[in-house]
Design a protein around this ligand. Structure first.
Ligand SMILES: Cc1cc2nc3c(=O)[nH]c(=O)nc-3n(C[C@H](O)[C@H](O)[C@H](O)COP(=O)(O)OP(=O)(O)OC[C@H]3O[C@@H](n4cnc5c(N)ncnc54)[C@H](O)[C@@H]3O)c2cc1C
Ligand SMILES: *[C@@H]1O[C@H](CO)[C@@H](O)[C@H](O)[C@H]1NC(C)=O
Ligand SMILES: *[C@@H]1O[C@H](CO)[C@@H](O)[C@H](O)[C@H]1NC(C)=O
Ligand SMILES: *[C@@H]1O[C@H](CO)[C@@H](O)[C@H](O)[C@H]1NC(C)=O
Ligand SMILES: *[C@@H]1O[C@H](CO)[C@@H](O)[C@H](O)[C@H]1NC(C)=O
Ligand SMILES: *[C@@H]1O[C@H](CO)[C@@H](O)[C@H](O)[C@H]1NC(C)=O
Ligand SMILES: *[C@@H]1O[C@H](CO)[C@@H](O)[C@H](O)[C@H]1NC(C)=O
Ligand SMILES: *[C@@H]1O[C@H](CO)[C@@H](O)[C@H](O)[C@H]1NC(C)=O
Ligand SMILES: *[C@@H]1O[C@H](CO)[C@@H](O)[C@H](O)[C@H]1NC(C)=O
Ligand SMILES: *[C@@H]1O[C@H](CO)[C@@H](O)[C@H](O)[C@H]1NC(C)=O
Ligand SMILES: *[C@@H]1O[C@H](CO)[C@@H](O)[C@H](O)[C@H]1NC(C)=O
Length: 588
């Protein structure tokens, strides 16, 4: 007995200590140099199970570097390197070029960097499952789970926070899942058989891009709440992150209008999430962020008759900086009134720098559902009067027009300007509340912060998104994971930095540091209880849990534990990512 007891104590003391210090095998994902890395036959087996759609991936610019340099192919790659649609389809590319690089490993592969520097794989996946059907996604998810390989889901690759890439990973490329199906009266699976449907809706495959969807909707004279950029995905990170739109003021956020998701879970199962089944997952998929819950295969969203739309474009340009900033302040004081009057849209603030003394503020506003210019005039004339009184006539250019439908706005007024890809950029952002700007002191403080940002980041443009208020504010009672700060927001402000492809790692770090330590705090300190939009934010966002989700984070964390306890789906600054290192490779 005594001996046995001593033995038991030994096990308790040292056995417990042992399990505490030796990392469990799942502590880190498997690297290609380790014995755990899948063998060639294992990759071949995956390839067969997805019908030959597995490819070994190199960064698309590798043909611009020794030893794989090829003059003609490189010229073609250079030509395509800003073409967003091409970058979407290419497994070896993303839209924001810097995310393909991996500074920590000193690995880059830009089309423009020196030929003799070899192409580093960077954060580009090693393999891609170019999926054509749901079963392929299930096979790929089961494969990464079995072999402990890092997974990356790439749809279009637009993520500003680099969530569609991961080093040493298997990529699932959703680009080819392009189905679009309309239904007159949608009935979610499992809803009570009381004859009542949800009205008209459209079910879209994971790879559908916004312009594809606008075109299909336009042919039926209907529309849906989706964003402005033509090449962003409609069913991936966009809607799962909340999804803002110029139609938001009229009908709510994109995720507010999602009625059903079909999704492959961490176990590789295909499930339906809606109000009647897996409603916790349904909550999380509506604003909880892409890439954290599973691989969405299809989503169903509401559709509406295409509304008429009154449009105003106001271009301000001035060399008088005092008068210019006074106008910026006046515009922001008027913004809550414009937004309450139904106005949504975008504005671009480009302050002067030492070489050009001209500052510009380009404002494009849409009054969705409004037929006449009356409402536009009543809410905008005070601002125009101010401009007339303080700026020279040549500084103020005003265009007003009536669009027959929102489709016209997308085709004629926002004709694919953001179809340009390939930029090197890191952004920082903040949501600014309606109540903050409803008082002059708020607008003054914001204007001073914008002035400081523009002097610290010369040459940069600050973009304002007026995409909330109206129905977005009215939807605050909806049980969705969207950042509650969106319901109080009148403008979403985004600034950023860029650097040359040949910048040193240190130069790049310094730029990134300025975003996190200067740009974001200048805006964040104005309203500490607001936050940021998780899809358009600093990749190193501090306290991202509250900044992106407010008080909804604990519930999201529980749902994450239930559906993905192993952490198959981890993205930068996503739900549960605090348990992993920056690249989602090792648990911390
Ligand atoms: C030029 C430009 C314009 C933009 N305009 C808008 C706008 O008008 N409104 C707005 O709200 N946002 C806008 N954004 C931000 C946009 O919402 C995000 O970049 C979003 O992440 C893009 O989603 P994606 O699926 O197209 O891109 P990806 O980068 O491919 O994916 C983004 C994230 O979603 C995950 N994901 C993708 N597909 C799936 C899937 N099927 N299942 C699960 N996870 C998935 C990825 O793993 C990744 O984490 C814009 C961005 C850019 C670069
Ligand atoms: C997968 O199979 C296809 C068809 O047999 C083949 O062309 C391709 O090279 C394979 N992929 C890999 C990574 O081996
Ligand atoms: C990074 O790579 C470049 C190009 O190959 C090389 O010149 C440089 O010395 C490397 N830097 C470090 C820190 O390894
Ligand atoms: C859409 O509207 C146009 C113009 O009002 C009309 O000519 C056309 O028939 C409509 N198409 C459909 C599919 O309703
Ligand atoms: C610039 O604008 C301010 C404010 O409207 C005005 O007081 C000032 O005279 C202007 N300066 C010049 C050089 O026009
Ligand atoms: C910009 O303004 C400064 C100061 O008023 C002046 O010296 C300079 O010539 C101006 N530059 C241009 C390009 O107009
Ligand atoms: C006015 O602003 C719009 C919206 O940004 C822009 O597309 C257009 O080129 C600008 N026009 C002028 C004259 O500056
Ligand atoms: C502003 O000035 C323009 C041009 O002088 C004029 O046509 C317009 O009516 C003025 N607008 C307001 C609201 O005062
Ligand atoms: C890409 O750049 C080229 C050359 O600068 C330009 O002609 C082309 O219009 C650009 N394409 C896009 C989509 O911006
Ligand atoms: C000033 O602005 C011009 C035009 O936007 C830009 O080309 C230039 O790089 C900027 N200069 C600096 C110092 O940022
Ligand atoms: C990067 O390239 C630019 C021109 O393309 C050159 O002026 C600059 O000196 C280069 N910087 C470094 C750090 O090599």
């Amino acid at each position: 007995m005594v001996v046995q007891l001593r033995y038991l104590i030994f096990i308790l003391l040292f056995g417990a200590a042992r399990t505490a210090v030796v990392p469990s095998p799942q502590q880190c994902r498997c690297h290609p140099t380790e014995p755990c890395w899948p063998s060639a036959p294992a990759w071949n087996a995956l390839n067969s199970s997805i019908e030959g759609n597995l490819i070994a991936v190199r960064p698309f610019a590798h043909i611009c570097h020794d030893p794989t340099y090829d003059s003609d192919s490189c010229q073609e790659a250079r030509r395509m390197s800003n073409e967003s649609l091409w970058l979407s389809a290419n497994p070896g590319a993303v839209q924001i070029a810097n995310w393909a690089a991996f500074p920590r490993r000193n690995e880059t592969c830009y089309v423009d960097s020196i030929q003799s520097i070899p192409c580093g794989q960077g954060r580009i996946s090693l393999y891609s499952a170019v999926v054509r059907k749901t079963e392929h996604i299930q096979a790929a998810v089961r494969f990464v789970r079995k072999h402990n390989v890092r997974l990356a889901i790439k749809n279009t690759g637009h993520c500003f926070l680099g969530r569609s890439v991961a080093p040493d990973s298997l990529q699932i490329l959703t680009h080819n899942l392009k189905s679009i199906e309309f239904v007159d009266d949608f009935r979610p699976q499992g809803c009570p058989n009381d004859g009542k449907g949800y009205g008209s809706a459209v079910t879209i495959g994971a790879g559908v891009q916004l312009k594809d969807l606008y075109t299909a909707l336009g042919q039926r004279n209907i529309t849906a709440v989706i964003g402005a950029a033509h090449t962003v995905g409609a069913a991936g990170g966009y809607i799962q992150g909340g999804g803002h739109s110029p139609l938001g003021t009229w009908k709510g956020m994109a995720a507010d209008n999602a009625v059903e998701f079909e999704i492959v879970t961490a176990k590789g199962n295909l499930v339906i999430a809606n109000n009647f089944q897996n409603s916790d997952l349904f909550f999380a998929l509506r604003g909880g962020g892409g890439g954290s819950w599973g691989v969405v295969t299809r989503v169903t969203i509401r559709t509406f008759p295409d509304p008429p739309c009154a449009v105003q474009i106001l271009n301000i340009s001035s060399a008088n900086s005092t008068a210019f900033w006074a106008f910026v302040e006046e515009f922001h004081v008027n913004l809550p009134i414009i937004n309450d009057g139904g106005g949504s849209g975008y504005y671009f603030l480009t302050p002067s720098n030492s070489s050009t003394n001209l500052s510009t503020l380009d404002i494009a506003l849409f009054f969705v559902g409004h037929q006449s210019e009356t409402i536009m005039a009543s809410v905008l004339d005070p601002l125009i009067e101010f401009a007339n009184a303080t700026l020279s006539p040549s500084s103020v250019v005003l265009t007003r027009l009536q669009a027959p439908g929102f489709r016209y706005v997308i085709d004629q007024i926002l004709p694919g300007s953001s179809d340009t890809g390939g930029a090197i950029v890191r952004i920082g952002s903040r949501l600014v509340s309606h109540s903050f700007l409803s008082n002059r002191p708020g607008a003054t403080k914001l204007t001073n912060a914008l002035k400081q940002i523009s002097s610290s980041f010369p040459g940069g443009t600050i973009t304002g998104h007026v995409v909330s208020g109206g129905q977005v504010a009215l939807n605050s009672n909806l049980d969705v994971a969207i950042n509650p700060a969106w319901r109080r927001t009148v403008t979403h402000l985004v600034g950023g930095v860029s650097w040359a492809p040949n910048s040193t790692v240190e130069e790049q770090r310094e730029k990134e540091r300025q975003v996190t330590e200067l740009l974001v705090p200048l805006l964040a300190k104005l309203e500490p209880d607001m936050g940021a939009y998780l899809n358009e934010a600093d990749a190193y966002e501090r306290e991202f849990q509250t900044s992106f989700w407010g008080d909804k984070y604990p519930r999201l964390k529980m749902i994450k534990k239930k559906w993905d306890s192993e952490g198959i789906f981890i993205t930068r600054r996503g739900v549960g990512s605090e348990e992993w290192d920056e690249e989602g490779m090792c648990r911390v």
